[in-house]
Design a protein around this ligand. Structure first.
Ligand SMILES: C[S@@+](CC[C@H](N)C(=O)[O-])C[C@H]1O[C@@H](n2cnc3c(N)ncnc32)[C@H](O)[C@@H]1O
Length: 278
C-alpha cells in the first residue's frame, strides 16, 4: 500500500509499499528535486533558448512531477517551445489522484491527471506531447520512436529496483539518446556510474540537494555548461576506478528478477573484495 508523505518544500509525495522508498526525496523536497536534480543538469533549459522543440525520455513516470516541472519551466524560458515526452512506467499509484501541486505547477498537473484518469496514453497539453509506455521498462523502451535530447533516470534505488540500473538497460537508453544529449539521475551509485563509463559516457557529478551525496549527469559528446554539473573530483574518480563496488549490475536477457540481479552483483563485489559472501 502506498502512503501520502509531505516533503521539505511543502509538496506531497508517496511512499511506495512495494519498494519501501518514497517517490521523491523527502529531505530535498519533491519539486526542488525535479528542478535541481533533473531539469537543470539535463541542459534542456539551455537548449530551448536556441530551439523551439525538445524531446525527453523518463525512466519512471511515477507521479508525473518531473514532467510537470519540466514543461512549466521550459515554457517560461521559451513560450514557443514544443516538448515531446516519453515516459516509461509499470503502473500508476491509486493515490495519484489525491495529489495537488502549488502554483505555477498546479494547472498543468490537473490537466495531466485529467488525461490519465480517462486512461489516455498519448495526449497533448498545449505544446507538450505526452507519450506513456506502460509495462516493464526493459521491454517498453524499444517503443520510443526517436532519439531524445535528455534522459531522466528516476527509478527507485539500484538496491530496490535493480532491473532498471543494469548495464544492458542503460545501453538501451544510450541507443535512444542523442550523442550531445544528457542522461541525468539523482543516484551516484558506483555500479551505475561504472556502467555509464563502460558504455562510453563522460560521467559528471551534480550538486547535492537536501543530502550530502551528489547526483549524476552523463553525456557521450555533449558540453557541460550548467553550473550544477561538474567533473568528478579526484577522489570520486579514484573510487570509480578502484572500488570493488564499482562493477555494473548485469541483466543480459533483460528479464532477470530484480533480487537475482542484486544478489549476483553482491556476489561479484565480494569476489573482488576477496571475501566470502555473508
Ligand atoms: C521514483 S518513482 C518516479 C517518480 C517520477 N519520476 C515523478 O517525477 O513523479 C519510480 C517509478 O518507477 C516505476 N518502476 C519501477 N520499476 C519499473 C519497471 N520495471 N518498469 C517500469 N516502471 C517501473 C515505479 O512504478 C515508479 O512509479
Amino acid at each position: 500500500m502506498d502512503k501520502l508523505v509531505q516533503t521539505a518544500d511543502g509538496s506531497p509525495t508517496l511512499w511506495s509499499g512495494e519498494f519501501g522508498e518514497s517517490y521523491h526525496s523527502v529531505s530535498a523536497g519533491a519539486l526542488e528535486e525535479a528542478l535541481k536534480k533533473f531539469l537543470l543538469p539535463s541542459h534542456l533549459p539551455f537548449l530551448v533558448r536556441e530551439r523551439d522543440g525538445v524531446s525527453l525520455l523518463e525512466v519512471g513516470f511515477g507521479l508525473g512531477y518531473n514532467l510537470t516541472v519540466t514543461a512549466v519551466e521550459l515554457l517560461k524560458v521559451n513560450p514557443s517551445v514544443r516538448v515531446r515526452y516519453w515516459g516509461l512506467e509499470r503502473s500508476l499509484s491509486p493515490l495519484l489522484w489525491e495529489l495537488r501541486l502549488p502554483p505555477p505547477y498546479g494547472e498543468f498537473y490537473e490537466l495531466l491527471k485529467e488525461n490519465l484518469k480517462r486512461g489516455k496514453e498519448r495526449f497533448r497539453i498545449g505544446p507538450v506531447e505526452v507519450n506513456l509506455l506502460f509495462g516493464d521498462a526493459r521491454r517498453e523502451v524499444v517503443r520510443v520512436e526517436e532519439t531524445v535530447d535528455a534522459v531522466y533516470h528516476d527509478a527507485f534505488s539500484p538496491k530496490r529496483n535493480a532491473e532498471l540500473w543494469t548495464l544492458q538497460f542503460l545501453e538501451k537508453l544510450k541507443e535512444r539518446l542523442r550523442p550531445e544529449g544528457f542522461w541525468v539521475s539523482y543516484s551516484a551509485a558506483l555500479p551505475v556510474r561504472r556502467a555509464l563509463a563502460v558504455l562510453g559516457f563522460e560521467v559528471f557529478s551534480t550538486e547535492p540537494v537536501g543530502r550530502r551525496s551528489p547526483g549524476t549527469a552523463a553525456t557521450l559528446r555533449g558540453r557541460a555548461v550548467c553550473e550544477r554539473v561538474r567533473p568528478l573530483s579526484e577522489k570520486e574518480r579514484r573510487k570509480l576506478e578502484t572500488s570493488p563496488r564499482a562493477v555494473p549490475l548485469e541483466d543480459p536477457c533483460l528479464c532477470l528478477p530484480r533480487e537475482v540481479i542484486w544478489e549476483n552483483y553482491l556476489r561479484r563485489v565480494s569476489e573482488r573484495e576477496g571475501k566470502p559472501l555473508g
